[in-house]
Design a protein. Structure first.
Length: 265
């Protein structure tokens, strides 16, 4: 009687399995829907709030108004939802114990994590771009009531909108890396939101020139620079900022791959 050798799953099979797994989890659907609805709604509401308070604003603030960047402010909510989604993509399997079954099917851990990262990146990129473009057009429709709207044909705006989608994609991958390192869902979510939202609050209290420099290089400050249509004081150049955040993401993913291959399930 011949023995059948069980071959490990190929990368294509692992990718297909992770794709099916991702969309079979109800929380993923609701997370993506919340990203779209709330982010677009928040962008429109922030634009409306600016229009309503326009007559009370000092002239200096009116002159500094950037309708392109302001119209993308709602994407900060997408940072939260896609960050949480990135965490749950990995840590959810640890909390349920499903990671053991997954590793039995795909024992090559680097292959498994790469498949998860690619599925998450594809979904986040499409979602991020849709959210960024719809948020932009919704907010500009509000600004148009006061003739403050801008178009994608103006310098830097198309890059800012596309950059918003790229930033959200990197946030999701950053969160995936953190979740792989931390493994506990609540701990990973706390770490991601702390790095992206709490760290800049502490950074605001840093004094002098070195404090201003440090603030520019904080993860969320650097990544969000891509959504500035033009030069912004206290911020890195758009592509430089996104590159810095991409470097942070690459570092945490390398650490995640290294630890994932060496730890027990």
């Amino acid at each position: 009687m011949s023995r059948r050798t069980r071959r490990p799953a190929t990368f294509g099979q692992a990718l297909s399995a992770e794709w099916i797994k991702f969309f079979s989890v109800r929380s993923a659907f609701w997370g993506l829907l919340a990203t779209l609805v709330v982010t677009v709604g928040l962008s429109a509401l922030l634009a409306l709030a600016y229009i309503v308070s326009l007559n009370q604003l000092p002239p200096a603030r009116r002159a500094a108004f950037d309708p392109g960047a302001y119209g993308l402010a709602g994407l900060n909510f997408g940072v939260i939802t896609l960050g949480v989604l990135g965490v749950l993509t990995m840590s959810g399997e640890y909390s349920t114990g499903q990671i053991r079954s997954t590793l039995a099917a795909v024992p090559k851990r680097a292959r498994l994590l790469a498949a998860k990262a690619l599925v998450l990146a594809a979904v986040s990129l499409v979602t991020g771009l849709v959210v960024a473009f719809v948020s932009f057009f919704a907010s500009q429709a509000v600004f148009a009531t006061k003739d403050l709207d801008v178009t994608l044909g103006q310098p830097g705006l198309l890059r800012a909108v596309i950059g918003g989608g790229l930033y959200l994609t990197l946030v999701a991958l950053f969160a995936l890396g953190v979740a792989t390192v931390v493994r506990h869902p609540a701990g990973a979510v706390t770490a991601v939101l702390g790095i992206l939202f709490v760290l800049p609050i502490f950074g605001a209290f840093l004094p002098g020139e070195w404090g201003a420099t440090v603030r520019k290089f904080l993860p969320s400050s650097a990544g969000a620079a891509i959504m500035n249509a033009g030069p912004a004081s206290g911020s890195l150049a758009p592509w430089t900022g996104l590159g810095v955040f991409a470097a942070y993401t690459a570092i945490i993913l390398v650490a995640a791959f290294w630890l994932f291959r060496r730890r027990d399930a």
